[in-house]
Design a protein around this ligand. Structure first.
Ligand code: CMP
Length: 433
C-alpha cells in the first residue's frame, strides 16, 4: 500500500533544511563564540517560526487543538506520541534569547529526529532508488557526525590564541576525520584525560561507522542494479557449464547471444513468472501494459473490445527465437499459435526450400492446426531474432467460444492462406511436369 506522509512531503523537507542549518550553526557558534550577525539572528527566528508552525500542524493533524477540526481530506487523526510532542516543543523554544545556559540551545537539534523520520519515509516510498538513498542519507549523517565531533573537540580543547577561528575549525574537522577513520596521524594529540577519553570514544565510534561503511557499500553498489548482477552470475555459470561439457564453440556463442538478446530486451526477466503471484485484476492490468506493444501492432486487435484484448493479453506468453530456429515443423500436431512482436518469420515447405510467405511484426501464424484440428500445414522459421507471443490451444479455444468475431476473422485468414498454398503447390507440380 502506498504510504501517506503524516503531514506533508514538501513541509518535511523544509523541516529537514532547518534542522540541518541548526546542527551546523548552533554547535559552531557555541564553541567558536562568534557574535550572531543580523543574518543569523533572522535565520534563527525563521527556524523558530517554522518549528512552532510544525508543532501546531502536528497538533492539528492529531486532532489535539481544541475547537479546530482535522485538516482537509483527513478522515482519521494522525497519532502523535508524547515523546514527539516533547521533542517538537523543546526544539521550538528560542533558548538563544532566554536567560538560560547556552548549551540548552542544543535542544534545537532534537528536530534531527524528524529528518530521520523523513528519510525513513522516502526510503520506503522510493523503492527503485532505495539503495542509492540509503547511501546518500548515510553520507549525510556521517558529515553531521564529523562536524559535531569537531565541535566537541573544540569545546574540550579550547581556542589557543595562535590560530584564527577558521583555522581552529579546519583543524578540528581534520582531527575529527582522522580520529573517526582511526587513522590518527599524531600531529594533533589529546593531552588531558577528558581529551583522551573523547578521542577513544571517537575512535570506537569511528571503527563502528567505518565497518558499517565497508560492510554496506559493496552490498549497496551491488544492489543498485540487481538485474545486472543476476545476469552476470547467470552468464558466468552458463559459460562454466558449457566449457565443462565441451559444448561446441559456435553453439556456445549462440547460447550467449540468446541470453544477451534476452537481457537487452527484457533485462533477463521471465515476465510471466514475475507477475504470476499477483491477484488476477492486477495481473490483467500489468499484462495489458507489458503486452501493449504487441496489442498495438496486431491489426486484429485494433478496434477489438476491451474484454477481448484483456482476455488475450492475460494469456499470451512471450517467447524468443534465434535466427534459423524452427518455431514449428510441417506435419507436427499443433498446440499453440503465435503473434509476432518483433522480427521476421518465414513460412516454408516441409523441406524448408520453398518460402510461402515472410511474416513480420503484427502478423500471426499457427492458427490453422488449431482451427481445423489438423497437423501443421507448413514450417515456420525465424529469419532473425524474433519476439513472439504464444497463445496455447486451451486458451485459444476458450477465446474462440467467447469472441465469435475473432473466430470468423481467423477462419477467413486461414482459408485464404490454405487456398494460396494449394494454388502454389498446384503450380509447382505443373511446372515440374
Ligand atoms: P498451421 O498450419 O497451424 O502451422 C503453419 C502455419 O503457417 C499455418 O498454421 C499458418 O498460420 C501459417 N501459414 C501457412 N501458409 C501461409 C501463407 N501462405 N501465408 C502466411 N502464413 C501461412
Amino acid at each position: 500500500m502506498r504510504r501517506k506522509h503524516p503531514v506533508n512531503e514538501k513541509w518535511s523537507w523544509v523541516i529537514a533544511v532547518c534542522a540541518t542549518l541548526s546542527v551546523v550553526e548552533i554547535p559552531t557558534r557555541l564553541v567558536l563564540h562568534y557574535p550572531p550577525g543580523l543574518l543569523l539572528e533572522c535565520l534563527d527566528w525563521l527556524i523558530t517560526a517554522v518549528y512552532v508552525i510544525d508543532l501546531l500542524l502536528h497538533l492539528r493533524y492529531a486532532g489535539w487543538l481544541p475547537g479546530i477540526s482535522l485538516a482537509r481530506g483527513q478522515t482519521m487523526p494522525v497519532p502523535y506520541s508524547k515523546w514527539w510532542l516533547i521533542a517538537d516543543l523543546l526544539a521550538a523554544i528560542p533558548f538563544r534569547v532566554l536567560p538560560v545556559p547556552a548549551p540548552l540551545q542544543l535542544l534545537r537539534l532534537l528536530k534531527l529526529a524528524r529528518v530521520g523520520q523523513t528519510m525513513h519515509y522516502w526510503r520506503q516510498r522510493a523503492v527503485q532508488s532505495a539503495n542509492f538513498l540509503r547511501l546518500l542519507f548515510f553520507m549525510y549523517w556521517l558529515m553531521l557526525l564529523t562536524h559535531c565531533a569537531a565541535c566537541g573537540w573544540l569545546a574540550l580543547r579550547g581556542l589557543p590564541p595562535e590560530f584564527d577561528k577558521t583555522t581552529h575549525y579546519v583543524r578540528a574537522i581534520y582531527y575529527s576525520i582522522t580520529t573517526l577513520a582511526t587513522v590518527g596521524y599524531g600531529d594533533i594529540t589529546p593531552t588531558t584525560s577528558p581529551q583522551m577519553l573523547y578521542a577513544m570514544a571517537l575512535m570506537i565510534l569511528g571503527a563502528g561507522v567505518y565497518s558499517y561503511v565497508i560492510a554496506n557499500v559493496a552490498t549497496i553498489l551491488a544492489n543498485i542494479d540487481p538485474a545486472k548482477v543476476r545476469y552476470r552470475e547467470m552468464v558466468e555459470k552458463l559459460s562454466a557449464f558449457m566449457r565443462y561439457r565441451n559444448i561446441p564453440s559456435d553453439l556456445q556463442q549462440r547460447i550467449l547471444d540468446y541470453n544477451a538478446y534476452l537481457w537487452e530486451k527484457r533485462l533477463g526477466y521471465d515476465e510471466s513468472a514475475a507477475i504470476a503471484g499477483l491477484p488476477p485484476s492486477l495481473r490483467a492490468e500489468v499484462s495489458m501494459f507489458l503486452n501493449r506493444e504487441i496489442i498495438e501492432k496486431v491489426p486484429l486487435f485494433k478496434g477489438a473490445s476491451e474484454d477481448f484484448i484483456r482476455a488475450v493479453a492475460m494469456e499470451m506468453r512471450p517467447v524468443i527465437f534465434t535466427p534459423g530456429d524452427y518455431i514449428m515443423r510441417a506435419g507436427e500436431p499443433g498446440s499453440e499459435m503465435y503473434f509476432i512482436s518483433r522480427g521476421r518469420v518465414e513460412i516454408v515447405s516441409a523441406d524448408g526450400k520453398t518460402v510461402y510467405a515472410t511474416l513480420g511484426a503484427g502478423d500471426f501464424f499457427g492458427e490453422m492446426a488449431l482451427l481445423f484440428h489438423q497437423r501443421r500445414t507448413a514450417s515456420a522459421r525465424a529469419a532473425e531474432y524474433c519476439d513472439l507471443y504464444m497463445l496455447e490451444k486451451g486458451t485459444f479455444d476458450n477465446i474462440l467460444l467467447r469472441f465469435p468475431d475473432f473466430d470468423s476473422h481467423l477462419h477467413t485468414v486461414a482459408g485464404k492462406r490454405q487456398d494460396g498454398n494449394t494454388e502454389m503447390i498446384r503450380r509447382a507440380a505443373i511446372a515440374k511436369e
